[in-house]
Write a protein of this length. Structure first.
Length: 254
């Protein structure tokens, strides 16, 4: 089963955001089935032992002492930044906040393919200190890749009277990929997350262990692991944001 139209993702998104979410309508179910039927070239695996990264803004303070040479007593000198504990770097089992892939209350493990992407994803401010955890994958994981068409735009599909099935499928996947990588905004509401959350939960029900999508803030990829115990924290370090670059463009007036 292929996607019915190049507008399939748009129609699905509008439906689950504004009309019907808990019990999907028939068209939404058909859309989800088409995802599974057209994703063969997007299946990948992460092998056991691979290291991934997770960052959080913040740290703890660790006191430094030195021995007084005369009295042999331990003297307090200063406090230095120290990373969060290993447990602190995993999501809460209870009280999980919603994210791009997970609904509120159901924790997923969000990690990145490299350290720099993990830190960029938490959007640190200048001089802020972050804890970066290294996590080791515990078993072979089956991943669905939502990054293949990231950042692409396909205007030509709108001007074709009879696009081929492949052209329709590619156009829909382009919109799905960009939806997962779209930067979140403070003004976004729960309904804005609904399309990607429902897709993620459906992918999970189909036996996948997680999803991957391109980061909008770093050069690497984000990974969402459905089982928070599929990776263990093996090391934590502290890092400081030394430089933050912004790029601006002027918008044309209509």
């Amino acid at each position: 089963m292929d996607f019915k139209s190049y507008r399939s993702y748009y129609l699905f998104s509008e439906s689950v955001r504004t009309k019907q979410r808990s019990i999907l309508d028939d068209e939404s179910k058909i859309f989800l089935e088409a995802i599974v039927n057209t994703c063969r070239d997007r299946m990948s695996t992460i092998e056991k032992g691979v290291i991934v990264f997770r960052a959080q803004v913040g740290h703890v303070w660790r006191p430094i002492y030195q021995t007084n040479p005369e009295t042999k007593e331990e003297m307090y000198v200063d406090d230095v930044p120290y990373p969060f504990s290993f447990d602190r770097m995993k999501p809460l089992v209870e009280g999980a906040q919603e994210g791009r892939a997970n609904p509120k209350g159901i924790p997923y493990l969000y990690v990145a393919s490299d350290k720099e992407t993990a830190m960029a994803e938490v959007r640190p401010w200048l001089d802020s200190i972050m804890t970066v955890g290294e996590l080791e994958i515990k078993r072979k994981l089956k991943i669905l890749d939502f990054s293949l068409h990231h950042g692409k735009i396909n205007f030509s599909i709108y001007f074709k009277q009879k696009p081929s099935k492949k052209e329709v499928n590619d156009a829909v996947w382009l919109e799905i990929d960009n939806a997962f990588s779209k930067p979140t905004k403070i003004t976004e509401t729960t309904s804005d997350y609904a399309p990607t959350q429902i897709i993620s939960e459906f992918v999970k029900s189909e036996g996948y262990d997680g999803i991957a999508y391109k980061s909008s803030f770093g050069d690497g990829h984000n990974l969402v692991l459905f089982d928070t115990e599929s990776a263990d924290v093996v090391n934590c370090t502290v890092h400081q944001a030394a430089e933050i670059k912004y790029k601006f463009q002027e918008l044309e007036e209509n």
